[in-house]
Design a protein around this ligand. Structure first.
Ligand code: RIB
Length: 304
């Protein structure tokens, strides 16, 4: 079964090696500029493809050298880019990323083509592909109405859907409140969880509240602490991360989401898929750049 990913494609312009992330108005000197493939949609697509899934990406890039390079890189990872619109007159999305010595980052986004991705394009790209899909992944660095159209199409076709609410956008908050995310697996990090379910005093309480509201399991990614699975019936389980030397945490959440989708599409249950996704996310932070450390299916085999 295929994985379909709907989300952003960026070029990541990265300065790492900073002693600390700068405060507003402060200048901190780091290493030289490095360029990597990025964007939460494209990153999840690559993670799923490396984990062994057959992956189609639905997205938009500009008709520029960044867009050409991004597509070439994605294709070299085996991602089917036939659902990627090349949008004349729009620049490809760019992320400016700062990384400190502990691997923590700051990201500023220039959405470019991601910000003008059209509902019609996404609806038509999903079209008959949904018949062969085992999982649809949607993330929110694209217009909210487009992201929710993709979620609704997956739900209407009874295809398991993962919504990575990164960033949390008003359309997702509204859809949640209106009960329009019923059955959709949400994968927020702790910050996003706090924005989606501000009630409750702990991550566990907030995750339980969110799972009750969405009527589906919530998987909270917790960085170096692994993840928390929370089910609508109030039960929960924590899965620990694997100890690694952290170089760059950029893209760890995307790795998690992409591998979760790949394993669900391969027939794994949610707990088993999350356990593999935690291992993949742990491995992903051991190299600079969002995708460099994403593991292959061979590297993931011990964690299936
Ligand atoms: O999640 C990491 C990604 O966020 C980066 O690759 C960057 O492009 C931003 O979209």
């Amino acid at each position: 079964m295929q994985v379909i990913v709907v989300g952003a494609v960026n070029v990541d312009l990265v300065v790492g090696g900073l002693a600390r992330l700068p405060a507003p108005g402060e200048t901190v000197v780091g290493d030289g500029l490095r360029t990597f493939g990025g964007g939460k949609g494209a990153n999840a697509a690559v993670a799923a493809a490396r984990a062994g899934a057959s992956v189609t990406l639905v997205a938009g890039v500009g008709a520029d050298t960044h867009g050409q390079g991004a597509l070439a890189e994605l294709r070299s990872d085996g991602v089917d880019c036939s659902g990627v619109a090349v949008l004349a007159g729009e620049p490809t999305g760019v992320a400016l990323i700062l990384v400190d010595g502990q691997g923590e980052n700051l990201i500023a986004l220039g959405p470019g083509a991601n910000g003008v991705l059209a509902t019609e394009h996404v609806a038509s790209a999903l079209g008959s592909r949904l018949e062969r899909a085992g999982c649809v992944v949607v993330s929110t660095e694209i217009p909210g109405v487009v992201a929710l159209t993709a979620v609704a199409a997956a739900v209407a076709s009874d295809v398991p859907c993962i919504l990575n609410p990164a960033p949390v956008i008003p359309e997702v908050v509204a859809a949640l409140a209106a009960g329009r995310l019923a059955g959709v697996i949400l994968t927020p990090n702790a910050t996003e969880l706090g924005q989606l379910a501000p009630e409750g005093e702990s991550t566990g309480e907030r995750a339980a509240a969110l799972a009750r509201r969405s009527g589906a399991p919530v998987v909270v990614t917790l960085g170096g602490e692994g993840c928390l699975l929370a089910w609508p019936d109030g039960s929960a389980e924590a899965l620990a991360a694997h100890p690694v030397a952290v170089v760059d945490t950029t893209g760890a959440g995307d790795t998690f989401t992409g591998v979760l989708a790949a394993r669900l599409a391969a027939g794994a249950d949610l707990r088993a898929a999350a356990a593999t996704a935690v291992a993949a996310a742990s491995l992903s932070v051991t190299a600079a750049g969002a995708r460099t450390g994403m593991p292959s299916s061979v590297a993931l085999a011990p964690y299936l």
